[in-house]
Ligand binder design. Structure first.
Ligand code: ADP
Ligand code: MG
Length: 329
């Protein structure tokens, strides 16, 4: 189920690239970070190979499941000395966890595993197990000393909610040092828009092959988290892959999808997960107290909340009946 939903999600569409079209187009498509990535670069002179190599390199370094990765080694031994990328991303993740009051928390990994989201052997842990798992989720227990990171017993980390955002930022740097005039890199639900203005379709969770609307935006990173991306169903209940760190259970707060737009890939990716966990009321309060991003949040009663900065640049798709709500700063 995993791969097909990722592919559907990846059909995010960029409608206009008119200002790029006078330079040579280069494309690439490959699998990395457990999803399908597709790149389109104009005037890059062979840069796609470099971007793809960076995606594989970061995947091998940051994956919790890959037995050769630095993060796997840290999780297995409880302590490890880390190199630049992993260390940078852990430090950044810790501050984002603090800023979001733990709604984004990389120590959810044992719970993600217990629900079967890594192995694909989905199961509902019993109440006692969930209590124990929830007790052990706490980013404040991750200690960083220079390049040495250690975790308490029974703890393990997962950078899956931010790795694609970090890759987006790295790709923006690579593109900046190249001759590329513009690019759209779809990194599996996290999209880097580079060098031009774009119109991006936002996937409709009720119909992930289609879009509920379109956002006109400049350069930046658009990241979406949705319960429809990865889930299982048992006895008519849907269990999604985004967990509430306070309960170790899949989020069930009426949120269907969150899209973040910002010029910072790690921020976009982390906040798409964190605001999903928060739900609309806390997400609104968070937006009112923090700068540097905008959001589009869909709830299961058909309301589509769009922050005021991008409200006029967002249009509903023809026939879409969601009710638009402007979120004021
Ligand atoms: P995806 O990576 O599937 O596009 P997200 O960016 O929302 O979606 O990341 C979700 C992934 O992050 C999950 O598959 C899980 O591994 C991990 N995760 C789940 N809940 C949380 C959370 N509250 N904080 C941090 N990571 C989480
Ligand atoms: Mg995310």
């Amino acid at each position: 189920m995993k791969k097909t939903t990722c592919i559907l999600l990846c059909i995010w569409m960029v409608l206009s690239l008119t200002s790029c079209k006078n330079t040579a187009e280069e494309t690439a498509s490959f699998e990395a970070m457990d999803t399908v990535m597709s790149l389109k670069v104009y005037g890059g002179d062979g840069i796609c190979g470099t971007l793809e190599a960076r995606a594989h390199e970061l995947d091998e370094l940051l994956s919790s499941a890959d037995t050769d990765s630095e993060i796997y080694r840290l999780n297995k031994n409880g302590t490890a000395r880390l190199t630049g990328d992993a260390l940078t991303l852990i430090n950044r993740s810790l501050s984002l966890s603090a800023e979001t009051d733990g709604s984004f928390d990389m120590t959810v990994y044992p719970a993600v595993c217990a629900w079967g989201f890594i192995s694909g052997n989905y199961q509902i842990p019993d109440g006692k197990t969930l209590d124990a798992l929830a007790q052990n989720i706490d980013y404040r227990q991750v200690s960083v000393n220079g390049d040495s990171v250690s975790l308490p017993e029974n703890a393990a980390i997962d950078l899956g909610a931010v790795a694609k955002g970090y890759l987006a930022d790295e790709c923006a740097d690579i593109l900046g040092g190249s001759g590329a005039s513009c690019a759209v890199l779809n990194l599996g639900g996290t999209i880097l828009l580079y060098g031009a203005a774009f119109k991006v379709g936002v996937a409709d969770p009720e119909n992930p092959a289609g879009y509920f609307g379109y956002l006109s935006c400049g350069e930046g990173v658009v990241a979406t988290s949705g319960g429809y991306e990865r889930y299982f169903e048992q006895d008519g209940v849907r269990y999604i892959h985004i967990l509430d760190p306070k309960t170790a259970k899949p989020v069930d707060n009426g949120t269907l999808s969150v899209t973040i737009f910002s010029d910072d890939g790690v921020l976009s990716d982390a906040l798409s997960t964190a605001l999903f966990v928060m739900g609309i009321d806390k997400a609104t309060a968070y937006y009112q107290n923090h700068d540097g991003f905008d959001f589009i949040l869909l709830t299961d009663d058909g309301k589509l909340y769009v922050t005021e900065e991008i409200y006029d640049r967002f249009s509903l798709a023809d026939g879409c009946s969601y009710q638009l709500k402007k979120v004021k700063k």
